[in-house]
Design a binder for this molecule. Structure first.
Ligand code: GLN
Length: 199
């Protein structure tokens, strides 16, 4: 089923090559996307980690921002990791950048400070099954507020949400593409498949 789905990975800056590799391991057709016209005929889009300010600037320069806002409104599946989470959030504390702003979450950038700006931890993600998920955090944001229609998929031990879903939008503060565990990408493919089915 996955082999017939085409997923774009926004490839302006950041960890896009790793997402493409993870999707291909799942047998998904994965394409690097840089221009608005490349978005046609896709079934979903991954927005990778990197620098949200840089990606936002490049999205504006390439004419992608408005197109992606429109697609998100139409229920097009998108998966944002780390900086991608920031770009999908409706609001970010202390950050004045243009974002897609589609998901009802408020986020804080670089939430872990300099001492622990990168770490790996095992997270319980019940939607992915019992085995804990190896979550790699790199200067990661956290979610500080969610609306009632947002489902939290994973939290840190202090209950801070770090992965969530709202409709066909999926976000994680960590980098699933930097681990060997493909379950979060597979979960996104499930969102994509269900959307195609219900169209
Ligand atoms: N700190 C970055 C930002 O604010 C995100 C880091 C990442 O994507 N790994 O955009």
């Amino acid at each position: 089923m996955n082999s017939r789905k085409k997923i774009g990975v926004l490839s302006l800056q950041g960890a896009f090559a790793e997402h493409i590799a993870s999707l291909r391991k799942l047998g998904v057709e994965a394409l690097a996307i840089r221009l608005p016209q490349e978005l046609t005929s896709l079934d979903g889009l991954i927005i990778p980690g990197g620098e949200s300010t840089v990606i936002s600037q490049l999205m504006l320069s390439y004419g992608l921002m408005e197109v992606l806002r429109g697609l998100a409104q139409d229920g097009f599946p998108m998966f944002g990791t780390c900086a991608g989470l920031i770009l999908l959030a409706k609001s970010t504390i202390d950050l004045d950048i243009e974002a897609i702003g589609a998901m009802d979450i408020k986020v804080r950038r670089n939430a872990f400070g300099r001492q622990v700006d990168s770490f790996e931890t095992s997270l319980s993600v019940p939607a992915l099954g019992e085995a804990p998920f190896p979550a790699v955090f790199i200067r990661a944001p956290v979610i500080v507020e969610t609306s009632s229609t947002v489902e939290t998929l994973a939290s840190l031990p202090d209950n801070t949400p770090v992965a969530a879903r709202q409709g066909n939008l999926l976000v994680s503060a960590f980098h699933p593409e930097l681990s060997e565990d493909l379950r979060l990408h597979a979960y996104f493919m499930d969102i994509v498949a269900r959307r195609a089915y219900s169209q």
